[in-house]
Structure formats: structure tokens, C-alpha cells
Design a protein around this ligand. Structure first.
Ligand code: PXP
Length: 252
């Protein structure tokens, strides 16, 4: 039997929700400050998540340093830190020593990561950061589009993993989606043939997972928004029941 595909749960959007209310609170957890991404990460692990992924962005719009440090101590699986190729993030990662780093492109104005790393124009910088991390014993994954050049670049750098960007497939329909799917399939095959472990992520949801899981040689999927969204809607019934009970029942 083939190996099961592993799940890395990206919990950034638990922090998005917290920051919407408590950005100025001066603390990231405790007291009334909620939700706590660390509590959600532990619950995700209990439900079978194989790893926890966070993206500490330059603008700190969701996850904060303190969250990442608390996760490092609290979780029992693996901490995968997504980060841009900057000196600030390099120093943070070297101090934190996550179980892995996934290098991602970052653009201040984007709503979420919009594409894979630009290995053509920023290959030197990516290579430099990847080797400093590898020298410090931190395995590196490159978040790339399923382009042959990008995959070969990752293999030349001797990165153990690539994470193929599934967003273009997730955001298209019809013939365009079929073309994107073929690119992903070829990307998985090429990556595997070059000795890379092939992960994938971005835009994966409860519908397109049926197709994505058929990609060959998939090791792990990193999924965030759809799992957090589902958690909100599947948990709301209990939250409303509990609030009504507390509003009206003198025993609570
Ligand atoms: N993988 C990478 C490299 C990402 O940047 C993101 C989004 O931060 C994800 C996976 C998760 O994407 P989504 O939230 O769409 O599931």
C-alpha cells in the first residue's frame, strides 16, 4: 500500500481573527485575548495533523514572533516556518530552529502568497539563505510553481523538499484548471525523479482535495484557510448553544 499523504495544518488565520480585535492588546494570549493559535495547533495535532505550519510575515498581519516561540515549545509534531528570504527572518529562524523552513516569496500588498519563488531573478539570494539554514541543520523547502526550471533549481541546491504551489489550479476552472493540473502532475514527477520530496499547498479545500490527492508522489499537503473556515462553521452551533445557556441559565 502506498504511504498516506501527510497533513501540515497552517494556523495563520487563527491569528488573523485574534489580530482583528486584539492587535493593540500588548499580549497575544491569555485573559480575554482569543483565539489562541497555539490552542488550535494542539487541537489540530490531537485530531491527526502531522505538522503545524505558520508564516511569520514581514508586516506581522497574523502570526507574531511570540506565537511561533510558544508553538516551538508546545507542539508535539513538527513546526514548519514559512518565511521570506530576508536577513531579519534568517536570524529569527536560526534562533528558533524550527523543524523545517519553507522559503516563500512575500509582497506587502498581497492578500495571501500569490505565486512561487522567483528563482530566475532571485536565485542567488534564495540559494544563500537556503545554504545558511542547511548549515545550521534546518532542512529547507522551496515554495515554487510547478515549473521545470524552478524544480531543477531546488534539486541543484540540494534542498530536501519542494512545495508546489497549487493556487493556480485552485483558482481556475475548466480547461485552464486541467492545464494547471497537468503542470502539477508533471512537476510532481520531475521533482520525484530528481530525488526531491514533493509537498504541495495553497488554496486546497474540501472539494479540490479529491483531485489534488491523485497527484503522484505527494508527501505532504499544507492546508490553512479551508480547515480554519470549516472549524468556524462546524463549531458555531456549539458556541451559540453555550452562549444562550450562559445568558439565561443561572446555574452557569
Ligand atoms: N503553503 C504556503 C507556502 C503558503 O504560503 C500558504 C498560505 O500561507 C499555504 C500553504 C496554505 O494556503 P491556504 O491557506 O490557502 O490553505
Amino acid at each position: 500500500m502506498s504511504q498516506p499523504i501527510l497533513l501540515g495544518v497552517n494556523i495563520d488565520h487563527a491569528a488573523t481573527l485574534r489580530q482583528a480585535r486584539y492587535r493593540e492588546a500588548g499580549r497575544t494570549c491569555g485573559g480575554l485575548v482569543e483565539p489562541d493559535p497555539v490552542a488550535l495547533a494542539l487541537a489540530a495535532e490531537h485530531a491527526g495533523a502531522d505538522g503545524i505550519t505558520v508564516h511569520l510575515r514581514e508586516d506581522r498581519r497574523h502570526i507574531q514572533e511570540q506565537d511561533v516561540c510558544r508553538l516551538r515549545d508546545a507542539i508535539a509534531t513538527r513546526l514548519n516556518l514559512e518565511m521570506a528570504c530576508t536577513e531579519e527572518m534568517l536570524q529569527f529562524a536560526l534562533g528558533l530552529k524550527p523543524d523545517s523552513v519553507c522559503l516563500v516569496p512575500e509582497n506587502r500588498r498581497e492578500i495571501t502568497t500569490e505565486g512561487g519563488l522567483d528563482v530566475l531573478n532571485q536565485g542567488d539570494r534564495i540559494g544563500e539563505i537556503a545554504s545558511l539554514l542547511a548549515e545550521a541543520g534546518i532542512p529547507v523547502s522551496l515554495f515554487i510553481d510547478p515549473d521545470p526550471d524552478a524544480i531543477e533549481f531546488a534539486a541543484e541546491l540540494e534542498c530536501p523538499w519542494i512545495e508546489l504551489h497549487t493556487g493556480s489550479f485552485a483558482n481556475t476552472t475548466g480547461a485552464a484548471a486541467e492545464r494547471e493540473f497537468d503542470r502539477l502532475r508533471e512537476g510532481c514527477e520531475r521533482g520525484h525523479a530528481l530525488g526531491l520530496v514533493v509537498n504541495a499547498g495553497h488554496g486546497i479545500n474540501f472539494v479540490n482535495i479529491r483531485r489534488i490527492r491523485t497527484l503522484p508522489f505527494l508527501h505532504e499537503l499544507n492546508i490553512g484557510h479551508s480547515i480554519l473556515s470549516r472549524a468556524l462553521s462546524s463549531g458555531i452551533a456549539e458556541a451559540v448553544r453555550e452562549m444562550k445557556r450562559r445568558m439565561n441559565d443561572p446555574r452557569t
